[in-house]
Design a protein around this ligand. Structure first.
Ligand code: SF4
Ligand code: SF4
Length: 573
């Protein structure tokens, strides 16, 4: 089945398309195609299949939830064996069946045979090849420490491979102003320069034991490792929320959605709704729009969205309605989501009768928070194995914080191994800043000289850890007075280079060019743009909105600027 007849992305403003599907397999006897190496869940989604089985208790239809190996909602039978569809590649000739009720135990009349278990010694075992694990491994590798890094996926990068947006944080310490996917590739490249770090992909850490050994399953083979210490950098799993219909196929995690769309390039939905106004929910909604998926709205139970205001602003500018003090009360449909109903809630989070609104959607994304995957850490502590945690496994925060926490914990491990290495005094403080939730929001400050030839409008008015705009300005006109949590300030003297517009992860800087119209009646506005140009081609008339999406008038697209340095971001004038 060609790409256009499967539910795969046929274009994307940021991501390259992947290979055509060529792997023939069957689902409940029906012949289908997957891409080489593609997991069963993505292959089924690409073929329009959302129901993976029916629950043994009530016969309810089951679909995916996490697409990260952390739940078992996507269970299917592959060649007679119960597997997680999100962790098992579809292979040529594989016969996949839906899991109907309790799966049968496969017949196994072979004599059980035992063989020697391969055992390995290492100084440091790192569990998790995401931002924290790789960053720590690089620190350890620099000093030639023997490490084994295990990850249950076929590629390094963890959640970085889903994060198509520019990162916040500090340019100097965690590549702020660079896309997560690009950072993932850079970290993997850097790690490959350190031969003392052995990377075992497709390897799951199964448990820690009283004899201080760690059991791992590597490509289906059981191994025992005896490390001197273990770093748990196994990330987080998505939380869920209970409401009528919360287990219908089509209700799943926002991270799962990003995996389907950004990693596997599946056109996973036509129209969706989002529950949760933290960064995960806000970013997932933006990623949906970039993939050409309509976003009907977003609800947040608190009176405010907990994510960065700049993320919320860009969604609202794109016309996505956001309701605070609201929640989802129902998802309905025959075997999959067809409609969701939201309601206003009171201060005790109880729905208020008469405030319900219903939306026809095929997908409901759940973004109500993350919880650390830290069970191994607890086991290690119980058995007295020296243990460290970094990234989300230690404390839930942004991926930029995970990168830096990996570096910091890597240094701590080095020091505990007796390596003569310093930990800069300000690292602990910086790690704390990078983990910070957004702080106060202030009023917008226009530049002092609005008659100048050019000047930036900086709509970044909330305390968040971020600094790229201060680093790129060739005239050092944008400064953050104290820590990177504070609000950037502009001093007059802009030469109109647009670098601050191009680098801002929050899409929060516009550039006003005053000398565009000799009559002085019109101004040229430069804005960042991360969609296909066909949405608003040059010369088209557009409705202009303010920073929070309120209509202010009309405008005309004059031109787009594209450059390799912009890493697929366009500047629209
Ligand atoms: S447009 Fe260029 S010169 Fe002007 S503030 Fe931004 S980075 Fe500085
Ligand atoms: S304006 Fe500066 S500090 Fe604010 S989000 Fe953009 S780059 Fe970061």
């Amino acid at each position: 089945m060609a790409r256009e007849r499967q539910q795969r992305l046929s274009k994307h403003p940021i991501l390259d398309l992947l290979d055509e599907p060529t792997v023939a397999f069957t689902y409940n006897g029906k012949p289908l195609l997957a891409r080489a190496g593609e997991v069963i869940s993505s292959a089924l989604f690409a073929n329009g299949i959302r129901v993976f089985g029916h629950h043994p208790r009530d016969g309810g239809a089951q679909g995916i939830f996490c697409v990260n190996g952390q739940c078992s909602q996507c269970a299917v039978i592959a060649d007679g064996v119960l597997v997680k569809a999100c962790m098992t590649p579809a292979s040529p000739g594989m016969e996949v069946e839906s899991c109907e009720g309790f799966p049968a135990i496969p017949e196994d009349n072979e004599r059980v045979s035992f063989h020697d278990i391969p055992e390995h010694e290492t100084q440091v075992l790192i569990v998790g090849g995401g931002p924290a694990g790789i960053s720590a491994a690089i620190e350890l590798g620099r000093f030639g420490i023997d490490c084994i890094l295990v990850d249950d996926k076929p590629e390094l990068g963890g959640k970085l491979s889903l994060q198509t947006h520019y990162f916040f944080g500090s340019v100097e310490d965690c590549w702020a102003g660079t896309r997560g996917i690009t950072i993932g590739a850079m970290l993997a490249e850097e790690l490959s320069k350190h031969p003392s770090v052995r990377v075992w992909l497709n390897t799951t850490a199964l448990g820690a034991f009283y004899d201080k050994k760690i059991g791992v399953l590597r490509d289906g083979e059981y191994h025992l490792l005896s490390p001197q210490s273990v770093l748990v950098a196994s990330g987080a799993r998505e939380k869920t929320v209970v409401f009528a219909g919360c287990d219908l196929p089509g209700v799943y995690g926002a991270g799962a959605f990003q995996t389907l769309v950004n990693r596997d390039r599946i056109s996973a939905a036509s129209r969706l709704f989002v529950v949760g106004g933290g960064n995960v929910g806000l970013i997932a909604a933006y990623h949906a729009l970039q993939a050409g998926i309509d976003v009907a709205g977003l609800v947040e139970a608190l009176p405010y969205c907990g994510g960065y205001k700049v993320h919320l602003d860009k969604l609202q500018r794109l016309g996505v309605p956001v309701w605070t003090r609201h929640t989802v009360i129902r998802a309905e449909g025959r075997e999959r989501v067809e409609k969701v109903t939201i309601s206003e809630i009171d201060e005790d989070f109880r729905p208020l009768a008469g405030t319900e609104r219903a939306f026809a959607v095929d997908t409901l994304l759940i973004a109500v928070g993350l919880t650390p995957v830290d069970e191994l850490y607890e086991k290690l502590e119980r058995y007295g194995i020296p243990a460290y945690a970094a990234g989300d496994a230690g404390e839930i925060a942004e991926a930029s914080a995970a990168i830096f926490s990996g570096r910091l914990v890597g240094r701590r491990i080095l020091r505990d191994l007796g390596v003569d290495v310093s930990i800069p005094e300000d690292w602990e403080t910086l790690a704390e800043i990078l983990r910070s939730k957004p702080g106060k929001t202030y009023g917008f400050q226009p530049p002092a000289d609005t008659a100048a030839r050019a000047y930036p409008l900086i709509w970044c008015t909330q305390e968040i850890p971020c600094n790229p705009c201060t680093v790129v300005c060739p005239r050092n006109l944008i400064n953050i007075p104290g820590s990177i949590m504070e609000i950037p300030e502009y001093t007059d003297g802009c030469i109109g280079c647009g670098k601050c517009v191009a680098v801002c992860p929050g899409l929060a800087i516009n550039l006003v060019v005053n000398d565009y119209d000799p009559q002085g009646k019109k101004a040229l506005l430069m804005m960042p743009f991360e969609f296909e140009m066909e949405v608003a081609p040059p010369n088209s008339k557009v409705v202009t909105v303010d920073v929070e999406g309120n209509t202010v008038g009309n405008g005309r697209i004059v031109a787009y600027k594209e450059h390799a340095d912009l890493d697929r971001r366009k500047l629209v004038l």
